[in-house]
Ligand binder design. Structure first.
Ligand SMILES: Nc1nc2c(ncn2[C@@H]2O[C@H](COP(=O)(O)OP(=O)(O)OP(=O)(O)O)[C@@H](O)[C@H]2O)c(=O)[nH]1
Ligand SMILES: [Mg+2]
Length: 297
């Protein structure tokens, strides 16, 4: 929808419209997906009772309409930031008194699969309908990594779809969301017995198995950053590179900067000063005064 100037404006869905929470690790592509789904017609504002800003929009997919809330990035439901606290509060504690979302769309960066799946591993222990959207498969492919969404779906127990939200190719996700909303909201996995550390260990094991089963190609090629890191973070080469870099900086500030400083100094006290005093004398000013002023600087 657009206003009379062609700019997108916020839409409001009728009461009773299903609400979908868009969650995932920071930088997973949530907002890009949100824009693709809603056509960027969003309202921004603090989530009620918090200082955390979220975007809300309406997604029209075929005959269906959904409210979408784009959450800030969260790696897990164990909050270490206000952003993560909001995700937990809304999805689990419901202490804010706001309506619980009917479904969760979890964006997971394929090139950081294990890291992105921790939140999913926690979500499937709760009574939620979850759909996983694998983003950045192009980035993963460049690193030699390819993930099979069907195998991942089998391992996780929730639907998985691969898409590039920048291309707005979102047909697949609409179908999965419509299907999931027909299903009862119930946990897919039991939370492991024991304390929170034992539960976290069980999730890591679950994720490792899922990643191993779903990875169809892993010819990991180092990115430029990883190659540089291998040298500069090396216990022997790292300090040597650091001292070499410091030496170069020191040399630049002394041997290279000193002649430049001298040249600038000579220019200001020589030709520039002569030119300015000549100009002043032509205009009738006191040449001796101006020359004295310029040479003292
Ligand atoms: N190459 C590639 N880039 C993508 C893809 N999806 C999203 N991006 C890019 O990833 C960057 C981060 O995307 P966002 O949508 O802002 O990520 P986010 O999850 O909303 O990030 P936070 O709100 O900070 O948690 C942007 O530059 C996107 O264009 C993808 O499938 N492939
Ligand atoms: Mg975002």
């Amino acid at each position: 929808m657009a206003d009379c100037h062609g700019a997108p404006v916020a839409e409001f869905a009728p009461v009773g419209t299903p609400t979908i929470a868009l969650v995932g690790a920071p930088n997973a592509g949530k907002s890009t997906l949100f824009n693709a789904l809603t056509g960027a017609s969003a309202t921004m504002g603090n989530y009620p009772g918090t200082t955390v800003e979220v975007s809300r929009g309406v997604w029209r997919a075929g005959g269906a309409t959904y409210n979408i809330i784009d959450f800030p990035g969260a790696y897990s439901l164990d909050p270490v930031s206000p952003d993560e606290a909001l995700t937990r509060e809304l999805l689990l504690d419901d202490a804010s008194g706001n309506d619980r979302p009917d479904m969760v769309l979890a964006a997971v960066d394929t090139s950081n699969l294990a890291r992105g799946l921790y939140l999913v591993a926690q979500l499937v222990e709760h009574p939620y309908r979850v759909v996983v959207v694998l983003t950045k498969s192009d980035v993963a492919a460049k690193q030699g990594l390819e993930v099979d969404p069907v195998a991942l779906e089998r391992e996780l127990g929730v639907p998985v779809v691969t898409l590039d939200p920048r291309r707005r190719d979102i047909g697949g996700v609409a179908e999965l969301v419509a299907k999931q909303l027909q299903q009862p909201a119930e946990p897919v996995r039991d939370t492991a017995a024991g304390d929170e550390f034992e539960q976290a260990d069980a999730r890591f094991e679950f994720i490792d198995n899922a990643v191993a089963a779903a990875t169809v190609r892993d010819e990991h090629r180092d990115t430029l950053t990883e190659t540089v890191d291998r040298f500069v973070l090396h216990p022997v080469w790292g300090p040597l590179i650091f001292f070499a870099a410091m030496f170069v900086v020191f040399q630049i500030t002394t041997t290279v900067a000193a002649p430049l400083q001298d040249a600038l100094d000579a220019f200001f006290t020589g030709p520039l000063s002569d030119w300015a005093s000549a100009g002043w004398s032509v205009s009738g000013s006191d040449t001796r005064l101006s020359r004295a002023w310029l040479s003292t600087g």
